[in-house]
Design a protein around this ligand. Sequence first.
Ligand code: SF4
Length: 238
Amino acid sequence: MGVAALAIDYDATDEELAAVSGEFETQSPEAVLRWAFEEFGPDVALATGFGAEGCVLIDMVARITKGARIFYLDTDLLFPETYALRDQLEARYGIRFERRATRLSLSTQAAALGERLWEREPDRCCHLRKVEPLREVLTGLRAWITAIRRDQTAARVSAGIVERDQRFGLIKINPLAGWSGESVWEYIRKYDVPYNLLYDHGYESIGCAPCTSPVQIGEDPREGRWRGSCKTECGLHK
Ligand code: SF4
């Protein structure tokens, strides 16, 4: 049975999900995206943090449809270069990203929980500023699309192209799960996709400014995130 014939939703069986995901292993990310928009219509959205992988997906989505929902989580702590890239992508593709954020301002957070929460309790800070806003947007969706790749972290190694997201209760689609970092940059060069200029200054994985630093030659790309702590994920993809 071809994937187009398989209707998938959160209550699909493990076998059905595995069948769809398995078929997409040999297909392009664009084919996965086309299927996702046909299958879920307005009930699917792409999440982006404006990393290199996210920029690739934004370019692919813009070639397929102008009507897709694309959102980002604004912690109010992103780099100026990231906000500039957001504006550049909007102008290039003629799209508008949906901003999702906590209602807790940084000053209110500091007054309630102390200054620089990210230095003392990064899990709590990520939960407040990323996970809760994400939960809010995902509540209204049947599926979400992410830019994760399997080789980024230990937690992502087993990511399927299409899988059940038990944490948030919907389908999760990872069109680039099988891609390498080299494939991402090849695509960016081939299509002249805008990317975060911090990549040209030693940054390999870019999140909030207080928790992101450049990496040295030989370091794992995500070692620049929450440097000095064992934390490797914000809690969005556990
Ligand atoms: S990455 Fe750092 S600053 Fe951003 S939400 Fe997480 S702990 Fe807070």
